[in-house]
Ligand binder design. Structure first.
Ligand code: AMP
Length: 433
């Protein structure tokens, strides 16, 4: 039997042989994660890590039974104690659960958290859509002012800017508060009912449970029917209208360009007022790079006080794929400064200890312990892209003199073995100046 990874999931390797998969290399992920963390810290967010598993009811309640995620995409199973457990499909519900459980609201607002981690959705795998994918997300809890919505959108844009992504489109909409939505839902179902038999099966199912999601339908006939449907914007309460207007003003102040998309509703049930999505044409059919919105009722729904929230999440695979597509250069992955090639048992004894001493001095070092010929050691030094290589044999040990080879130029520097750590430290400072 051949063992392979689970369908829709992939390994992140140090090096990928196929050019089109180079965005999967672990060095790319480390770089992306460092930009995400730095940007989050610059905006005053602190990291939160929640378990990968949660009780199933958290998502059925927090994300909503009517959402695609809960109704058909969750990895749910019974544990050995017969409890229904789910691999988290998204981050917000888990952060909200943790916030309520630890009564974090007893500290002064705003509460600003960020997370990076795997999400699991049983979707049909295709380019840009995986069953395990990673998300970076932020949540701001405790403040309902639209300025916070603008800050979260600004943070998202700043991340993409720092990663040198181009040609992104911010789409934004207001889905209103509860009253706006229930009034609109009523009007939309009334409008759609006469077309019931012409709607796609998905939309027929959504008509009773999750009418707003019909606006999201990709079905051409559905879209044709929706062309004359009432718009959510006509049903916004004055408060929701004001919230949206101030948000747009703030975005203008920050010189962020956006498109108002009156049909944008997003997939999850918990949104209220602001929803937004950032897309890239370089992603093909799965064009959503990230998105988010306000969820003022979620904390109370999970048993906490009535505390508002706004969040954003972006898929790391899609960010890396867009960078790859747009030919954004990744910083080079780290290489050893020196590679030691000891020849013979005595030299191996010596190099074994020397390598440890160099590493203690924070000099990145590797060595060939295979006992094979010189050629083998040199090959590995080349493969690892070491900056220097040092061959140590009996002669070098007895004379304490060796030749340090500069791999890029093939130049040779005569050094005394005892002085190696200090010589390397000097070379290291020179190359980083
Ligand atoms: P969502 O929670 O559905 O709003 O997703 C947030 C972001 O995660 C999306 O904008 C995508 O970048 C990413 N994403 C969602 N689902 C997947 C998936 N199945 N595979 C890869 N990325 C995904």
């Amino acid at each position: 039997m051949e063992y392979t990874s689970v369908k829709g999931m992939f390994d992140i390797l140090p090096e990928e042989l196929h050019k089109e998969d180079q965005w999967k290399e672990s060095g790319c992920w480390q770089y992306l994660e460092s930009v995400l963390r730095d940007t989050a810290h610059d905006y005053g967010f602190k990291e939160i890590r929640t378990p990968i598993l949660e009780k199933t009811e958290l998502f059925s309640r927090g994300v909503g039974e009517g959402s695609d995620i809960v109704s058909k995409e969750m990895y749910t199973f019974l544990d050995r104690g017969n409890r229904s457990i789910t691999l988290r499909p998204e981050g917000t519900a888990a952060v909200a659960r943790s916030f309520v459980q630890h009564r974090l609201y007893t500290q002064p607002a705003p509460h600003k958290y960020y997370y990076i981690g795997s999400m699991f959705r049983y979707e049909r795998p295709q380019a840009g859509r995986y069953r395990e994918h990673r998300q970076f997300g932020v949540e701001v809890l405790g403040i309902s002012q639209p300025e916070l919505d603008a800050e979260v959108i600004n943070l998202a844009c700043e991340i993409y800017r720092r990663l040198s992504l181009r040609e992104l489109n911010i789409q934004i909409n207001s889905v209103g508060d509860l009253k706006s939505r229930s009034d609109y839902q009523e009007a939309l179902s009334q409008y759609l009912r006469p077309y019931f038999s012409e709607l796609s099966l998905d939309s027929q199912n959504r008509l009773a449970k999750n009418t707003l999601r019909i606006l999201d339908s990709k079905d051409l006939k559905d879209q044709e029917i929706l062309q004359n449907a009432p718009l959510l914007s006509q049903f916004l309460t004055q408060e929701s209208k004001n919230h949206f207007a101030t948000l747009l003003q703030r975005l203008d102040q920050l010189k962020l360009h956006y498109t108002i998309n009156p049909k944008l509703v997003r997939g999850l049930d918990y949104y209220s007022n602001t929803v937004f999505e950032i897309t890239s044409t370089d992603l093909g059919s799965q064009s959503s790079l990230g998105g988010g919105g306000r969820y003022d009722g979620l904390i109370a729904m999970l048993g906490g006080p009535n505390i508002p929230g706004i969040g954003f999440a972006t898929g790391l695979e899609r960010v890396l794929q867009t960078m790859h597509k747009q030919k954004v250069p990744f910083p080079p992955s780290p290489h050893p400064l020196i590679f030691l090639v000891p020849m013979g048992k005595q030299a191996i004894d010596y190099a074994f200890v020397l390598a440890s001493e160099l590493r203690r001095e924070k000099i990145s070092c590797d060595l060939d312990l295979s006992g094979k010929k010189i050629q083998h050691g040199l090959q590995i030094a080349n493969l690892l892209k070491a900056a220097y290589c040092l061959i140590i044999g009996e002669e070098e040990l007895s004379s304490n003199q060796a030749k340090l080879k500069v791999m890029a130029t093939r130049e040779v520097i005569d050094i005394s073995l005892n002085a190696l750590p200090s010589v390397l430290k000097k070379l290291l400072t020179r190359s980083t100046v």
